[in-house]
Write a protein that binds this ligand. Structure first.
Ligand SMILES: NC(=O)c1ccc[n+]([C@@H]2O[C@H](COP(=O)([O-])OP(=O)(O)OC[C@H]3O[C@@H](n4cnc5c(N)ncnc54)[C@H](OP(=O)(O)O)[C@@H]3O)[C@@H](O)[C@H]2O)c1
Length: 501
């Protein structure tokens, strides 16, 4: 495996720790090596030292971890210093790979992982091709590309075109690490292996679907990057739309890459395009302002390093949209994502219609509001809310919880998202990677919003104090029915305005 961008944050925090965990579980091939590539003039030894430290700091190790094992693993790491934007310098890498391949007997199988700044994705792919490194004459060649895959519809099409000039679609693995999460994969299992959900998973029984992907942190040191991105590009176009696809897609014929990814694309293709009026009414953008949270002073977005003092980049996005197909016609989907919200949480809430006839009303009773909550992180699990009679006179109904927490499976190791995805790529399974048409279709939905903001830069951008649930205007998305967002807490089974965050 060759990692471009090996001196960067992603390699240190995610990729190497994930590979180490695979190694501990005996899931890496016996003959295996990692070549890191970056501009910094590291030697193999320096790179190994740095990666040893990264493993100590970031690997959530399964049983079997030991200093000897870590040393063994790290001895299979190598480093080559080169400027990936300079095509001529790739011959150094090629020689190193040929030498290592002979020594280790990897049979010419190579995975290239591109974790550089996005402007280098296509140049890396083309330079590899120019040096004959993409040709599958001995062994297979695959390339994993990090997000963001494009900046808008046009640039994503262009990037796809440039990749397809030198790789076949089967060789390209576009990563969205959300798909590597156990709980995200479990959405499909919940829906398609339980007979009780599928009959009610449609417009006849579901009143609306709500998706939250909240972060409690601000942009930190990544202000420069975030200025060119914003919540729509950074979270909604990829992670949230993947969740939308999994929760709303039709049952695939089989659980294989082609069937699953075809159903996901059909969802993206069915999302009702937003008109200008829809965008003005149903898309709310916000930006966090400074505040004091639990005695700690939080900077506003515009005070963060690398951020323009008059920035209009959205750190919060709330929107409402529809999926125009047989199953979901006129069922509203609400999604929100933001930085500096009260807690870090990602979850999907499927809200079910209330009963057709309220037999307890005339006796002063109430009805339950059934919800199925799929918690992606933290406190991963599933919760169903249903009504129980409050003991005593009358027929008052209280919403109670039936919940399952992954943490209760104490002897089961929950692999990190990158572990699963890296292993799948080695095995040639692209199910959990985004296909070309899916990426473009997702951008097609998002593009009018980007265009609208570009053409109307002064349209409302609402401020919200750091540590709150975003601008109040986002509550207005639910209309007059008295509905609002669920208030998720740190623990899946808690909710309401008072809970641990
Ligand atoms: N970090 C994350 O959690 C995360 C999450 C999702 C996606 N991503 C994506 O992953 C990619 C990498 O992110 P990162 O956070 O690791 O970035 P980073 O810390 O800035 O690292 C960038 C890497 O690219 C290398 N690089 C830059 N220009 C180069 C050149 N001309 N030739 C050779 N190497 C070059 C840098 O090497 P030198 O410093 O040695 O020049 C460094 O290793 C980005 O596209 C990002 O969007 C990151």
């Amino acid at each position: 495996m060759i990692i471009f961008g090996a001196s960067g944050d992603l390699t240190r925090r995610k990729l190497i720790p994930a590979l180490y965990n695979l190694y501990l579980q005996d899931l890496l091939p016996e003959r295996f090596g990692v070549v890191g590539v970056g501009r910094k003039p590291y030697t193999d030894e320096i790179f190994r030292e740095q990666m040893s430290a990264a493993i100590k700091a970031f690997a959530v190790s399964p049983p079997g971890d030991s200093p000897e094992k870590a040393k063994d693993f790290v001895s299979q790491l190598y480093y080559t210093s080169l400027d990936t934007s300079d095509p001529a310098s790739y011959s150094v890498l090629k020689q190193k790979l040929e030498k290592l391949d002979k020594e280790k007997g990897c049979m010419g199988n190579l995975i290239f992982y591109v974790a550089t700044p996005p402007s280098l994705y296509a140049p890396v792919a083309h330079s590899l091709a120019e040096h004959g490194l993409t040709r599958e004459k001995s062994g297979w060649r695959r390339i994993i590309v990090e997000k963001p895959f494009g900046y808008d519809l046009e640039s994503s099409r262009d990037l796809n075109k440039r990749f397809r000039e030198v790789f076949s679609e089967e060789q390209i693995y576009r990563i969205d690490h959300y798909l590597g999460k156990e709980t995200v994969q479990n959405i499909m299992v919940t829906r398609f292996s339980n007979g009780i959900f599928e009959p009610i998973w449609n417009r006849n029984y579901v009143s609306h679907v709500e998706i939250t992907a909240a972060e409690s942190l601000g942009v930190g040191e990544r202000g420069g990057y975030y200025e060119g991105s914003g919540a729509l590009r950074d979270m909604f176009q990829n992670h949230i739309l993947q969740l939308v696809a999994l929760v709303s897609m039709e049952p695939p014929v089989w659980a294989d890459s082609a069937s699953i990814r075809t159903e996901m694309v059909k969802v993206f293709d069915s999302i009702r395009p937003l008109t200008t009026e829809d965008i003005e009414r149903d898309v709310i953008r916000g930006q966090y302002s400074g505040s004091v949270v639990r005695g700690e002073t939080m900077k506003g977005y515009r005070e963060e390093t690398g951020v323009d003092q008059e920035s209009r980049t959205e750190t919060y996005l709330g929107l409402k949209f529809f999926i125009d197909n047989w199953r979901w016609k006129d069922v509203p989907f609400y999604a929100r994502t933001g930085k500096r919200l009260p807690t870090r949480v990602t979850e999907i809430v499927v809200h079910f219609e209330s009963t057709p006839h309220h037999i307890f009303y005339h006796m002063g009773g109430t009805d339950a509001h059934n919800q199925l909550i799929i918690r992606i992180q933290p406190d991963e699990g599933i919760l169903i809310k249903f009504g129980m009679k409050v003991p005593g006179t009358g027929y008052n109904v209280q919403d109670v919880n039936m919940d399952f927490h992954y943490s209760s499976l104490s002897d089961v190791y929950l692999p990190a998202a990158y572990e699963r995805l890296l292993l799948d790529c080695m095995l040639g399974d692209s199910t959990l990677y985004a296909r070309r048409d899916a990426v473009e279709s997702a951008w097609r939905f998002v593009d009018p919003i980007l265009q609208y903001w570009k053409q109307n830069p002064t349209r409302a951008l609402y401020g919200y104090p750091a540590g709150t649930w975003g601008p109040q205007e986002a509550d207005g998305l639910f209309g007059e029915k008295g509905l609002t967002w669920r208030h998720p807490c740190k623990n899946l089974a808690d909710d309401g305005e008072y809970c641990e965050l």
